[in-house]
Design a protein around this ligand. Structure first.
Ligand SMILES: C[S@@+](CC[C@H](N)C(=O)[O-])C[C@H]1O[C@@H](n2cnc3c(N)ncnc32)[C@H](O)[C@@H]1O
Length: 257
């Protein structure tokens, strides 16, 4: 899957608001080892390294394109590694992940695995987009159905690309409680984004949701895919202004000592 850091940053301000909220939910204390799962271009790992100068911060991401940009951040207590969240090994005092875990299936199992990497007394802080019910995602799934052959049968989560692994705040809280977590906070918040019509909505999705489809298609099929998707978006959002009620789930929990 090929990420494009420039496209991702076209909506930098809108995408950074939930990260600011997540960082504000992290308690102020001493952390030894911190990992940012799916760190992308590394801005938040850098912020964590600056905020907790005594900590050793690791930014982990599977995308070489995103990590090339991340490596431009230079701060003594920060390093980046290429690898999958699923292969995470190590013990951490703060496990942080902003807008990345939605790419992985089965969140109860995923959180159980991540939890084993958290030291007693450690903190888990996660933000995931929860806008899978939005028409833009439904129409993207419909477009993918039309291009099933060109996509080689690809489905985003292995079974049906229209399913999302993201849970409700209540379900995350229950999952964390079952893992033995304490002081659980789990919330949902809408971050409104105003976009320039259907074309603006297409541009927004180019940075994230479109990535797995476009990176599986050649240039010509990719252009046909985008055109077909844009037509559906235009039918659904004919106006010049699109109000996108972008919903996200944020949760923080402690591992008791
Ligand atoms: C939407 S970007 C978010 C980047 C960054 N956390 C931020 O908030 O700006 C999602 C990132 O998750 C990474 N990612 C997706 N699946 C991953 C996996 N299995 N292991 C590691 N990184 C992954 C992608 O490469 C991408 O950089």
């Amino acid at each position: 899957m090929t990420w494009n850091p420039d496209q991702y940053h076209r909506f930098k301000d809108a995408r950074s608001a939930p990260a600011r909220d997540l960082q504000a939910m992290i308690p102020e204390r001493e952390y030894g080892d911190i990992v940012d799962l799916g760190c992308g271009t590394g801005e938040q790992a850098t912020q964590l390294a600056a905020r907790f100068p005594a900590a050793r911060v690791l930014g982990l991401d599977s995308s070489p394109e995103m990590l090339t940009r991340a490596s431009e951040h230079s701060i003594q207590n920060l390093r980046f590694e290429q690898g999958s969240i699923l292969d995470l090994r190590g013990d951490f005092d703060l496990i942080y992940s902003n807008a990345a875990l939605q790419w992985l299936p089965d969140h109860p199992a995923l959180l159980a695995q991540i939890w084993t990497q958290l030291r007693p007394g450690g903190v888990l802080a996660v933000q995931v987009p929860a806008n899978h019910d939005h028409a833009s995602h439904r129409l993207l799934s419909e477009t993918a159905d039309q291009f099933r052959a060109e996509l080689g049968g690809y489905t985003r989560f292995g079974t049906a690309h229209r399913s999302s692994p993201v849970l409700s705040p209540a379900a995350y809280a229950e999952t964390l409680d079952a893992l033995g977590a304490g002081e659980i906070t789990a919330i949902s918040k809408v971050y409104p984004v105003i976009l320039d019509g259907a074309a603006g909505l297409l541009d927004w999705t180019r940075g994230t949701a479109l990535v797995p489809y476009i990176s599986r298609l050649g240039e010509e099929d990719g252009q046909r895919f985008e055109a077909a998707y844009l037509q559906k978006l235009t039918d659904a959002f004919p106006g010049k202004r699109v109000f996108y009620a972008f919903t996200r789930v944020l949760f923080v929990a402690y591992k008791p000592t």
